[in-house]
Design a protein around this ligand. Structure first.
Ligand SMILES: [Zn+2]
Length: 294
């Protein structure tokens, strides 16, 4: 009994005193002219890159540059399956061959619709023995390689669900509106610290406000400017919508990322729009930007 309580005490202590930080790997979108890697983020917990959110083009190089290691990774969260959020996954998986990475690497992402496969299907189409485009990496799915990929599909839901709770890391997910593409926003809680990721979305489902409530950091995607219209606003939040959500959620810090040619250079205008509602700290992300959660 004593052993049980002392274990409980120390694990609680460990969780509450953990140092947590956010590192941006890719602060850009799908364009090649933005001189940024596409969407990707690391959550460092006690110096280890435990959680990865998205892994778009260029993220693999940034992953190396910041000293991240695949053997330290537990979970990958895909906000949706567009190229600018997933393209470097095969490179990451292949790189594990040259490391001591082992055990299960969990990959979570959205369900299918007629435009997109489910996350489980997506991973199988990439890597499965006999079918996958890179079937030579199929041993990561069939139990034979040291590192095993476990893909999980998250069903569409406007109710927040806890999808992962292990080793003091709690991850919650909810559907967000990104045009016709199934998309998920995630919140990662470690002890009493939390970081929420909007992914690409336009705000129509009004789910992010609740998911992000009292987060230390909200990472929101600044893909369109104040005067955006039409298709762009069916896919992405205008800056005033980001500001409104950050205010409703009462987040401590707002990090604007997924910056594109149409928003780069318009930071002053964007911040002014955000400031109409949100009065807290606002940061514009660059590749490798690092934010410690205090
Ligand atoms: Zn995107």
């Amino acid at each position: 009994m004593y052993k049980f309580f002392s274990l409980l005490f120390f694990s609680t202590l460990f969780t509450f005193s953990s140092t947590i930080s956010l590192q941006v790997l890719g602060s850009g979108g799908p364009e090649s002219g933005d001189k940024r890697a596409s969407s990707a983020y690391i959550i460092w917990i006690d110096g280890k890159n435990k959680v990865l959110i998205d892994f778009g083009g260029g993220a693999s190089l940034r992953f190396e540059e910041v000293g991240a290691k695949i053997e330290d990774l537990d979970v990958i969260l895909l906000t949706h399956l567009h190229v600018d959020h997933t393209a470097d996954l095969p490179a990451l998986l292949k790189s594990s061959f040259f490391t001591r990475a082992s055990g299960n690497l969990h990959i979570y992402g959205p369900e299918s619709n007629k435009f997109m496969p489910s996350t489980e299907d997506f991973i199988e189409r990439l890597f499965e023995n006999g079918n996958g485009a890179w079937q030579y990496l199929g041993d990561h799915l069939d139990g034979s390689a040291r590192l095993q990929v476990k893909a999980h599909t998250i069903d569409e839901s406007r109710n927040i669900k806890v999808i992962y709770h292990k080793h003091g890391i709690k991850i919650s997910a909810v559907s967000v509106h990104h045009g016709i593409i199934p998309a998920i926003a995630y919140r990662v809680d470690v002890g009493n610290k939390s970081i929420t990721f909007s992914g690409d979305m336009n705000g129509d489902y009004h789910t992010l406000e609740t998911l992000a409530l009292h987060s230390d950091i909200l990472v929101a995607h600044n893909a369109v400017p104040k005067d955006a219209k039409g298709v762009a606003t069916a896919l992405h939040m205008r800056p005033n919508i980001i500001g409104h959500i950050a205010k409703q959620a009462q987040v401590k810090k707002l990090v604007l990322s997924h910056r594109m040619l149409r928003t780069l250079g318009r930071e002053r205008e964007t911040k002014k729009e955000v400031r109409k509602y949100y009065k807290g700290v606002v940061k514009f992300a660059n590749d490798k930007s690092y934010y410690k959660v205090r």
